[in-house]
Design a protein around this ligand. Structure first.
Ligand code: ADP
Ligand code: MG
Length: 604
């Protein structure tokens, strides 16, 4: 372990400064800090949503508005309708009502927009962001464009938070709570599922992650953080109108997250701080410098943003950490692996020789192209079947048909006796089939350990709340111990804590095998696992596969490397132009004239 100062120490110093700040600062700076705290809370939601989950939203200001207006209406209306009258006049109750309403609106909006991909999603968020903004300005009960005033201050233990420095503590307590729970969440089973979204839906689903659910989870959490910010804002200002809840602020929140470092929870705070202070400062300085009044800050601000996006794509937080590290080394605390954690439960393995997978007459057409034509194959427990054939023969397509990534045009696929056509890869992986990818799909900035732990997703059950409040540690220890065991099994132990992206391509393929094994499969599908491996590594891989076979695992292997296949597998299926041209023992197939003609003749 590297020596250096514990990150905890920095945290304690930071909290100390926060605690003492109001005692030394003027009212102006306290207000500034209050705004930074409020903005950071919204930006924190965007770190989760955009930085981690890869879903860009310009509409967060609208959720701030829902939080602010809910409490404004509930605490100022003289006559509330009977059904909601119980919630009137009590800010803490209207916070709860606001959060429930926000969650409901977020689920509704999310179910309509989160299915959109590419740039359609950000456009969708702009659309509902604008709609909600106009709703705030149009509804008479919300005070139209004049807004609502006379909002009471929040009381905590009977003390009314009337002054800036009083609200300050509440705002920062909320923000820190948000930061810590978000950080806990990201470092958990549920958090890995969220982070897996960036590795692509195909990979995440194949590891058993319900990606639609994960997207919804982060969308709702981001909305709730925005709502809480709005609630605090309304009671701090004691007044609301629609202006701060429009698209303009929606864009600014996104800037904060990106500038601060959208992949880090503390980036939200840095971004909110830098942008708020910078804007204030430019607003003061520029007119004096230029001798003219006007909104020059917006122009300079825009240029600065472009520069930051150019020069520091990861945002300011990683730069700050690197800078501090150069002065005083910060200790990197590795995740402890508990070798004594109770092993995760294992599935009942089928008996050796049982048929695991059976594909019958599978045909897949892409328009006029028949990529698979009446393909049949079967894999038994305790056997390695190789699917070989020249490039473009249809091997990967066949892989996708049996693993649920794609659906055959016609034909039947049975796994453990049941039809899995149209089931989807998540359901199939739950049944005990796990795979690797021809084009490696992993999360390069996550450690090898965490990447492999994604494979064990379906073997745990702890959800968002348990993770956020650290009530998942027993299960988490078991999952990480399992991941570590698989990493040792495939021979990557020395890279356990390295970033997955720093491994050589061959090792990344091995990592994918460990990840697949972490799901405790009975059938392993490997798409060209030996590609990019050196001779020694191929030997080690071959030994591993033989060991797995000995334990009763079935393996379906797509491979190019003939020598690798011939010394290893039990049976071979040869494809050409989407069809099966031969099947049999390796030495038989090797002598088959059709195969020699189609494949070996051309390649060797
Ligand atoms: P292999 O893995 O044996 O090299 P593939 O299964 O990747 O071959 O491809 C078989 C054929 O199907 C190729 O001609 C390829 O271009 C075509 N193909 C594969 N996927 C698609 C797709 N999604 N849409 C259209 N054509 C496809
Ligand atoms: Mg292929």
């Amino acid at each position: 372990m590297k020596a250096g100062l514990s990150p905890r120490l920095f945290l304690v110093v930071f909290m100390g400064i926060l605690l003492l700040a109001p005692l030394t600062l003027s009212a102006f700076y306290i207000t500034l800090l209050n705004y930074i705290g409020l903005y950071a809370m919204v930006a924190l939601g965007l770190v989760l949503l955009t930085g981690v989950g890869g879903l860009t939203s310009f509409g967060q200001a609208a959720f701030v508005g829902i939080g602010a207006y809910t409490t404004a209406v509930l605490s100022t209306s003289a006559e509330l309708p009977a059904w909601i009258a119980w919630a009137g006049g009590a800010p803490w109750i209207s916070l709860v009502v606001g959060l429930v309403l926000t969650a409901a609106v977020a689920v509704l909006i999310g179910s309509l927009t989160l299915k959109l991909s590419g740039h359609y999603l950000p456009l969708g968020t702009i659309a509902w962001g604008i709609s909600l903004y106009f709703l705030f300005g149009t509804m008479a009960t919300l005070g139209g464009h004049t807004g609502l005033s006379g909002i009471p201050a929040i009381s905590v233990f009977g003390v009314e938070l009337l002054q800036g420095h009083q609200v300050y503590y509440l705002i920062w307590a909320f923000l820190l709570l948000g930061i810590f729970t978000t950080r806990n969440l990201l470092d958990s089973r549920e958090g890995r599922a969220i982070r897996a979204l960036k590795g692509g839906i195909v990979m995440a689903e194949a590891m058993g992650v319900d990606t639609a659910r994960s997207r919804m989870v982060i969308f709702v959490i981001a909305a709730l953080l925005a709502c809480a910010s709005g609630w605090l804002y309304a009671h701090m200002q004691r007044f609301v109108n629609p202006t701060p809840f429009g698209l303009h602020l929606g864009i600014e929140y996104l800037f904060m997250a990106v500038v601060g470092g959208a992949a880090h929870v503390w980036g939200a705070l840095v971004g909110a701080g830098v942008i708020t202070v910078l804007k204030q400062w430019l607003q003061d300085v520029l007119p004096k410098l230029l001798g003219e009044s006007g909104n020059f800050e917006i122009i300079v601000f825009g240029i600065l943003m472009v520069l930051i996006l150019h020069k520091a794509r990861g945002g300011l937080w990683p730069i700050i950490v690197a800078g501090v590290n150069r002065v005083v080394p910060i200790r990197v605390d590795r995740r402890r692996i508990d070798p004594n954690a109770t092993p995760l439960p294992r599935r009942n393995m089928p008996a050796a020789g049982d048929v695991l997978l059976e594909a019958r007459d599978v045909t897949r057409r892409f328009g006029g192209l028949v990529a698979n034509n009446n393909m049949s194959l079967s894999v038994r427990a305790g056997e390695i079947l190789a699917l070989i054939g020249p490039n473009g023969a249809g091997k990967s397509t066949m892989f996708n048909q049996v693993s649920g990534v794609d659906t055959p045009t016609s034909g039947e696929v049975l796994f453990l006796g049941q039809s899995v056509v149209g089931k989807g890869s998540r359901a199939i992986s739950r049944l005990g089939m796990s795979r690797t990818f021809q084009h490696v799909k992993l999360l390069p900035t996550m450690s090898v350990l965490e990447n492999v732990a994604i494979g064990a997703h379906l073997r745990g059950s702890k959800g968002v709340l348990a993770s956020a409040w650290r009530m998942d540690r027993v299960e988490e220890d078991r999952i990480l111990a399992e991941a570590a065991r698989q990493i040792e099994r495939v021979g990557l132990a020395e890279h356990m804590h390295d970033e997955a992206g720093s491994l050589a391509l061959g090792q990344q393929r091995i990592l994918e095998i460990a990840r697949a094994l972490a799901s405790d499969p009975c059938l392993l599908l490997l798409d060209e696992p030996a590609a990019g491996l050196r001779y020694k590594e191929k030997q080690a891989l071959g030994d591993l596969l033989k060991r797995l076979r000995g334990e009763g695992m079935g393996v379906l292997l797509v491979e190019h490397d003939m020598d690798f296949v011939m010394g290893l597998v039990d049976r071979v299926v040869v494809m050409e132009f989407g069809e099966k041209i031969a099947e049999g023992l390796p030495e038989e197939v090797q002598k088959n004239p059709a195969v020699l003609e189609a494949y070996l003749g051309g390649v060797e």
